[in-house]
Write a protein that binds this ligand. Structure first.
Ligand SMILES: NC(=O)c1ccc[n+]([C@@H]2O[C@H](COP(=O)([O-])OP(=O)(O)OC[C@H]3O[C@@H](n4cnc5c(N)ncnc54)[C@H](OP(=O)(O)O)[C@@H]3O)[C@@H](O)[C@H]2O)c1
Length: 265
């Protein structure tokens, strides 16, 4: 850990040791950001940071497992020594579970929803007026994947944080019972991203008075470890969609974007 040398805006990216997170760091630095690259495994994150710095980038490293409260607190404690403020937070870290395995499904909710929620809550105090939060979501987080009753609950423009938490808890209960599909739930991955999107809309309302914008972004189907080799997009094109969410969507807040263009919830 060392403080950065330059004085530009600062961005922090979660899950940035590989895939879209790493390329997002590369593109943000190219746009003049100082970047805090984070990863749950220190060795791979340090190696990724060294690689970017050897390309002449300005990147600092901090460990962050987004499901570990102590790791989140350690980052929040160290952040003032890494950067004077946080202009952009990119909640990129994620895992995928599309099948029926209960443990993998619960883990997907723990990482993609609870992890991104907890990191956002912990780092919001460092984000100044004019700052942005990007939730790296997915087209599989569209509301259309839900059964009709659930869809209207998630789509409710007056949805509150406690009501959202109750919906996520009800998914986990239905998962435990063994057949969440019967209650109208799609895959755990879809539930995690639908919930993340709902949280973005709730936070957008809450953060208006602080001048902080938060949007969800879909990178498209991208050739990473998660997307697989047959995906239609390169990691550069996918990460560009994320970076546009951080820099190129004007004053929008509480929106869902792909390639800088608004898409349907
Ligand atoms: N690829 C696609 O087609 C696609 C499409 C739509 C949305 N997305 C979203 O884009 C984001 C990045 O995906 P990707 O394709 O780049 O996937 P990836 O190559 O599998 O990378 C996922 C990253 O998340 C990290 N991660 C997982 N659990 C973590 C935790 N508990 N704490 C911190 N980091 C953690 C991984 O770290 P480790 O190396 O330690 O596992 C890795 O760095 C995800 O949110 C994904 O849902 C991807």
């Amino acid at each position: 850990m060392r403080p950065t040398a330059t004085d530009g805006p600062t961005a922090l990216v979660t899950g940035a040791n590989r895939g879209l997170g790493l390329e997002t760091c590369r593109q943000l630095v190219a746009q003049g950001f100082r970047v805090v690259l984070t990863s749950r495994k220190e060795s791979v994150g340090m190696a990724a940071t060294q690689k970017l710095n050897s390309e002449g980038r300005d990147v600092v490293y901090h460990q962050l497992d987004i499901t570990d409260g102590e790791s989140i607190s350690a980052l929040a404690g160290d952040l003032p020594r890494l950067a004077p403020r946080l202009d952009v937070l990119v909640n990129n870290a994620g895992v995928g579970s599309w099948g029926a395995d209960r443990a993998a499904s619960a883990r997907t909710i723990a990482v993609n929803y609870f992890g991104s929620r907890d990191v956002t809550d912990a780092l919001l105090p460092f984000i100044p007026r004019g700052g942005r939060v990007v939730m790296v979501s997915s087209g599989m987080g569209e509301l259309s994947y839900l059964g009709r009753d659930l869809r209207s609950k998630f789509a409710d423009p007056a949805l509150t944080r406690p009501a959202l938490e109750a919906l996520v808890a009800s998914y986990l209960r239905d998962l435990e019972k063994g057949d969440p599909g019967k209650a109208g739930w799609p895959s755990a991955y879809s539930v995690s991203k639908i919930s993340m999107n709902a949280l973005a809309r709730i936070l957008a309302r809450e953060l208006v008075s602080r001048g902080i914008r938060i949007n969800s972004v879909c990178p498209g189907w991208v050739r990473t470890d998660m997307g697989g080799p047959n995906a239609s997009r390169s990691v550069q094109v996918g990460a560009r969609s994320i970076v546009l969410g951080a820099t190129g969507v004007g004053d929008a807040t509480g929106g869902f974007f792909r390639d800088g263009k608004m898409i349907a919830w």
